[in-house]
Design a protein around this ligand. Sequence first.
Ligand code: UTP
Length: 473
Amino acid sequence: MSEQLRANFEKAGQGHVFAFFDDLSPDDQASLIKQAEAIDLAELRELVDTLVLGNGEHHCGFEDMKPAPFTLLPDNGGDQALWDQAKNIGEEAIRAGRLGAFTPAGGQGTRLGYDGPKGTYKVTPVAEKTLFQVFAEKILAASRRYNVEIPWYIMTSTGNHDATVSFFEENNYFGLNPDNVKHFAQGTMPAVDFEGKILMSGKGQIALSPDGHGGSLRALVRNGHIDDMKKRGVDCIAFFQVDNPLVRCVHPEFVGFHLQADSELSSKACVKAYAGEKVGVFVERNGKTEILEYSDLPDELAEATDKDGNLLYRAGSIAIHIFDRDLIERIGTGADAGVKLPFHRADKKIPTIDDAGNPVEPAEPNGVKFEMFGFDALPFAKNPVVIETARDEEFSPVKNAQGVDSPESSRQHQLRLFAKWANDAGLNVATDENGIPAVEFEVGPLFATSADQFREKLTEQGTVDIQQGTVLN
Ligand code: UTP
């Protein structure tokens, strides 16, 4: 082993990482060296000082804060002509090949408790398509409609990368050209105990975890995908999480608003359902747009209303964005020290070993993981744009095993949306008072991804027969 490496760890107070080095096999020794070499000790020291030991809490005042402006939907008082114009601009850009898609899929999905990459979870109500298949078909449908190649960058983690790639291979990339689907693993960060010491998950194993969805910016740069985008003429990417089957992956109006404003980072907002809803809100602070986490918004501000009686801070973030390629490059290269995503601290139960090297399964949080959030790029972005989207048309994530944001709630919301499209197009699908159809049927993305497309399809085909179990593809 390089003596220098060990000396550096000793000097940083992390020499215990090599405590069992001499007991390891040559392969395990090599693996430990590789893990250790990938750690930026200076960065770790700073994170420990600020977030673990010290005064990492940032006490930003709320005096200068106001709600960020957002473009209303036409149904909600917005200007239809603006949306029509945005649609034209967006369609032209998509047709010209300027849009790519991006999914961070490196999360651990602990709340869902599903064993496997979350994108392989079966989510649709009748055909039981997986999340990855839903997104793939949405991208394929748009590629066909606009006669263009749309690259899809998918960020995995070291833990789920191979399983994710195999899943795409086994399913023939769901009809997409494999050259247009780029899987790459995100970075990792070591977890530390509450004294800032790196936790070991085995004698030769540092406790590493994915560096958060914000890690996507540097991972895109590191893996050469910015160059790939440049080669293809892609200058913006639609960013959507792996857990929301309703997302409009390729949404011309959104692309249009983004380009028209020459924005570097655009976002969609849903109006909050009630004051205490646990979503971040778009705010403007010191002249910059940011997303304030719900836990940081004081109750009196969360409950404050405007002169019309609406919640003042009502534009809730649903983690759907368009990133400009240059913004990703600027942040992801880390070249400019002032343009860097901050890390956040998450206290977790982290399996580890004791001083004798025996495994320990903690019952209480015993350490800290460090994660970056993608939306922290907002304050660095020029001309940020926020547009409204309707929750029932675009947001129903699968986060929890049961209850709110669960497979069952998402299933109901998908059924409700399919019934709405069918009824808007003039079909007579019976529904209950919540809009849930009496017969369970599914509209696949290759058939339609919006009410307008459903209507087009119906006109083309004359009629569509909807019964229990129908899947339109
Ligand atoms: P979540 O915040 O829902 O986290 O991720 P999670 O890890 O998937 O789930 P829990 O909290 O353990 O239950 C939101 C999105 O960001 C991705 C996820 O895959 C999901 O698309 N993500 C999250 C990453 O790609 N990497 C990460 O390190 C964390």
